[in-house]
Design a protein around this ligand. Sequence first.
Ligand code: G3P
Ligand code: CA
Length: 276
Amino acid sequence: MTHAPQRSLQVVAHRGASEDAPEHTLAAYRKAIEDGADALECDVRLTADGHLVCVHDRRVNRTSNGRGAVSALELADLAALDFGSWKTREAWRGRDEEPDWEHRPEDREETSVLTLERLLELVSDAGRRVELAIETKHPTRWAGQVEERLLTLLKRFGLDAPASAAESPVRIMSFSARSLHRVRAAAPTLPTVYLVQFLTPRLRDGRLPAGVRIAGPSIRIVRSNPAYVERLKRAGHQVHVWTVNDPEDVDLCVDLGIDAIITNRPRAVLRRLGRV
Ligand code: G3P
Ligand code: CA
């Protein structure tokens, strides 16, 4: 089997270059762009005062020096927190080499809470095409507000109504079919990705929620069930896999003709693919 460079296989930086720099911060996304990632993945949540911020967990406890649910905090509360110093401790754990990112408290903006708006500005100013895969987190709680605010923001950047899905530099991902349905109803040409963590009998057949053309299974599903990928491909769907950090899994994705690899280590994956 060969693992030749495959331009059509997109490398997506999961929460930024999150192995090296603190996830979901400007520092992590800048590093991913420098590393050559084709696209950036981010999770979005609504603050108590209605701002979309890039945070994975329901609470800020793991990734900041604060406590509490994102939905109970206002943007100003989040802006007072440090989302960087936890990573310095974590980045050193179990590593032989010094990480090439170091938390410097004076770089406040680099490790502050990141709004989706700021991330969109970063991507707009990247100087090359960098795509964005935005995941709506726990959208059911907000009964459509996450999608509404998201589309309003994308509209401001001229990104809500691409001529076709293929041309869109932005796609919306979710584990919630309802969330994707809301996005498609308001923005029919915006591509959507249905994230799959468990294979139900219906999904096993390669079917996706109505109108969704991209499946996002975990690497665990792909490893244990490569035939599922083949069924998706036969049904004409794209397949974007998360979270692929091991070289053997990169090779497996190449062999299966996966369309996008979502990884915490974009540089290492690009190296494995022979692109750097
Ligand atoms: O890219 C999809 C992947 O991010 C889904 O899992 O928990 O990392 O958001 P999670
Ligand atoms: Ca995610």
